[in-house]
Ligand binder design. Structure first.
Ligand code: NIG
Ligand code: FE
Length: 411
């Protein structure tokens, strides 16, 4: 029989299910932020195997084999980081330093990482991904999507996806990150799109769940992006789009039109774009504050999207060019301070929102039947994630019911 464990004495539990809110859930108006997170005070969670078996007030918890005392600290779902680019070699320290002295960010920097990634061994690339996944875990991330996109040949893109798949189930084919240097130098973007939608797609599709395209000036225009995404759809890959990051453009509307799981970045939105996202059944607006932070760009307006009714996710975009952070708490704090989100909205976006952006119903909540992916904070409330920026607050992380990380100071 599977052993059961109760985590008890949870000062404040984020379930992300308003109907579980101990103080009445639906009796409050929908705008009450306490309902958004389905908070339970003085709570307990029972874990059986890899799943959550029971959630409620501590005093009502059923008997279990084992017991962990949270000692009044906050527990929430592990973060779901639905957008990262971890398969790469080298870094771009100099480019970052130059940017901080005034140079603008452009898509062209991707080439530097492509050269370093192609030159790296499989073992080196895999070790890099493992290091970043472990780094993310220590900060509370229990699910992470990652992309190819620094290979840009059939061989190198397949290699990136194969390596990504060793570390996560959420793998995205991003052959259409920029036009590969060989094709760009020959002024043959069309030839590269043919490759990305032909031989490269055939080779990559078995390793990926998602297909992505960087729809932006300097990368791929709306027509090219549509060609890439529809080819992916025909091979059973689900679209997600790098959209409206550096300027206005067709990316967001294309994402919604094609039923993409997510439109990512959304930093430059017209009213039409916002309406499209608000009316979308299945397309999440994923905001990536690390990118605007590290490129010193204008942050997306999360308030505008939330007020319009869009589903919002927060994610790191971890990559060596525009956002070299694996820290969901950092992104969440910036989103609260700079993007008009309340702490509750940011926590929900970084957990439930990320799960929606990955079309996952088994993660992102602390509810019976969900996978037991849990983050115990060294703090009495999830609000501390934004209130105490830059402070490591992870006490422990469980992934699929197993203790995956315990902070040395928080035994
Ligand atoms: O999401 N925008 C496109 N891709 C990455 C940046 C890649 C790079 O600069 O290496 C992003 O920001
Ligand atoms: Fe990205």
């Amino acid at each position: 029989m599977t052993a059961s464990t109760v985590i008890t004495g949870i000062g404040s539990l984020v379930t992300n299910d308003p109907s579980l809110s101990a103080s009445g859930g639906g009796t409050r108006g929908p705008r009450d932020p306490r309902d958004l997170l389905g908070l339970i005070q003085d709570a307990a969670v029972v874990v059986e195997g890899d799943r959550i078996a029971w959630v409620g007030e501590s005093r009502k918890a059923p008997p279990t084999d084992n017991r962990v005392d949270a000692a009044g600290r906050a527990l929430l779902p592990g973060f779901v980081d639905s957008h990262s680019h971890l398969v790469f070699a080298g870094d771009r320290t100099e480019e970052f330093a130059a940017r901080m002295s005034g140079r603008p960010y452009t898509a062209g920097g991707i080439r530097t990482t492509v050269a370093a990634t192609r030159a790296a061994s499989d073992a080196e690339l895999s070790a890099n991904v493992a290091r970043f996944v472990a780094e993310a875990l220590r900060q509370g991330t229990t699910t992470l999507e990652t992309k190819s996109g620094y290979g840009l040949t059939t061989r190198d893109e397949v290699r990136a996806l194969r390596i990504a798949a060793e570390h996560t189930d959420e793998v995205t084919y991003l052959g259409a990150h920029v036009v590969a240097p060989e094709f760009a130098d020959a002024d043959d973007a069309a030839g590269y799109v043919d490759l990305v939608t032909g031989e490269m797609l055939d080779a990559c599709a078995p390793y990926a769940r998602w297909i992505d395209v960087f729809c932006e000036e300097g990368a791929f225009d709306g027509d090219q992006a549509r060609t890439v995404l529809t080819a992916g759809l025909a091979r059973g890959l689900i679209p997600r789009v790098h959209a409206n990051q550096l300027g206005f453009g067709p990316g967001v509307r294309l994402a919604v039109e094609l039923g993409a799981a997510s439109a990512d970045h959304c930093a430059h939105l017209t009213d039409q774009d916002v309406d499209a996202l608000a009316g979308a059944r299945d397309t999440v607006a994923t905001l990536l504050p690390g990118a605007e932070f590290s490129t010193r760009a204008v942050y997306p307006d999360a308030r505008r999207l939330l007020d319009a009714g869009a589903t919002v996710a927060l994610s790191t975009d971890c990559n060596p060019g525009s956002s070299f952070t694996t820290s969901m708490p950092f992104c969440l704090a910036v989103a609260v301070r700079e993007m008009g989100m309340t702490p509750d909205e940011a926590v929900r976006a970084a957990t439930y929102g990320g799960a929606r952006a990955l079309r996952r119903t088994d993660i992102g909540t602390v509810t019976p039947g969900a996978r037991a992916d849990l983050l115990l904070l060294d703090a009495p409330s999830h609000v501390h994630l934004a209130y105490r920026p830059g402070v490591p607050l992870t006490a422990a992380v469980w992934r699929a019911g197993k203790l995956a990380y315990a902070a040395p100071h928080a035994a």
